[in-house]
Design a binder for this molecule. Structure first.
Ligand code: TRP
Length: 336
């Protein structure tokens, strides 16, 4: 079935759980755009994953539409890839149930993210939180994905997807493609907090100055970069002992399209103040057209809903092929 010139399948998803930071953009969305020409890409708004922590229903609904609009505004092209909302394709839940029967509570409760989230949401340690990686495996395996671009925090979950695929294949015969991580170009795989550069940039940081979101206006962006923590000394260069400056150089490089080396040369002899202002202005200028496009898309809800609908249709077709195969293999009675 896999012809030599058939495109490899790639799957990725982002949860609609509120603001999207420039770290999410650099680590995920920006790469999606580059990958859509090379692979057959399935990109999802992972709303089923989002409800494993409490969501305000009206906010979840709005965040889903806004995330879809942001993807498209950033250059994800619904004509080139399958862009859809996870809950619109019931096969994700159906395959999760089946995979649950070969997943062990021991391996799920050992997941780093489960342990972290259980500690952070001690009042709501639910079964979905523990089952999160199995749902993620279902996402990936349903489309026979060969590649999954993931950041460091999702590596362990991808490893579980591989284990479940192999376990199922061993028990029932070849059914799933075993996915490989797609290793992202090192530049930008990880953007650090502007306030504490040893920590990853996160929208759930208590300090709003630690992160920049895709919808922050120009003044806010510039103010946050002005406040960014730099390092001792005054040199602007990329070095392990200069995590703050290095993080800013990475961000500047991504948004200006210049290499880190070129950026270092550009700022040699300049002070931290000028440097931070330049980074802020560059980021704000790069975000402006994305924000404009996003606003235009959100004003055209009919269009966004048509994208969701056609994406769900294509995803459904591909997913159903795998699900039927799975159901046959495990012995569900299908009739004549
Ligand atoms: N769990 C991922 C995250 O929080 C989102 C996600 C859901 C995902 N399903 C996926 C990523 C499948 C890669 C593949 O970032």
């Amino acid at each position: 079935m896999e012809g030599g010139n058939e495109q490899k399948i790639l799957f990725s998803a982002v949860q609609p759980s509120g603001a999207v930071t420039i770290g999410n953009y650099i680590g995920a969305i920006k790469n999606w755009v580059a990958l859509q020409d090379e692979y057959r890409c399935f990109y999802a708004v992972a709303d089923l994953h989002a409800i494993t922590v409490r969501q305000e229903p009206s906010a979840l609904r709005r965040n889903t539409l806004e995330l879809l609009a942001l993807f498209i505004a950033c250059g994800v092209d619904p004509e080139k890839c399958v862009l859809f909302v996870q809950s619109h394709v019931p096969a994700h839940c159906e395959l999760t149930w089946t995979l649950n029967t070969i997943a062990y509570p021991g391996e799920l409760s050992r997941m780093t993210q489960f342990k972290d989230k259980s500690a952070r949401h001690a009042e709501n340690v639910n079964m979905g939180l523990m089952d999160y990686p199995v749902l993620m495996a279902a996402d990936i395996l349903l489309y026979q994905s060969a590649l999954v671009p993931v950041g460091a925090d999702q590596k362990q979950h991808l490893e579980l997807s591989r284990d479940l695929a192999l376990r199922f294949n061993n028990r029932y015969g070849q059914t799933f493609t075993v996915p490989e991580p797609y290793i992202l170009k090192e530049n930008g795989a990880k953007i650090m907090s502007l306030a504490e550069p040893a920590k990853k940039m996160s929208k759930s940081d208590d300090n709003v100055n630690a992160f920049v979101t895709m919808t922050d206006d120009k003044d806010t962006v510039i103010r946050k970069f002005k406040r960014a923590v730099t390092d001792s000394g005054s040199e602007i260069r990329f070095a392990e002992e200069k995590p703050g400056v290095s993080n800013l150089l990475t961000i500047y490089s991504v948004f200006s399209g210049k290499s880190v080396k070129e950026a270092e040369a550009e700022f040699s002899g300049k002070g931290y103040g000028d440097f931070k202002l330049a980074v802020g202005e560059t980021v704000a200028d790069a975000l402006a057209p994305i924000q404009k496009k996003r606003a235009e898309l959100l004003a055209d809800k009919a269009y966004l809903e048509s994208v969701m609908k056609s994406g769900a249709g294509s995803a459904f077709k591909a997913a159903r092929r795998t699900l039927s195969k799975v159901y046959r293999k495990i012995g569900f009675y299908a009739g004549e």
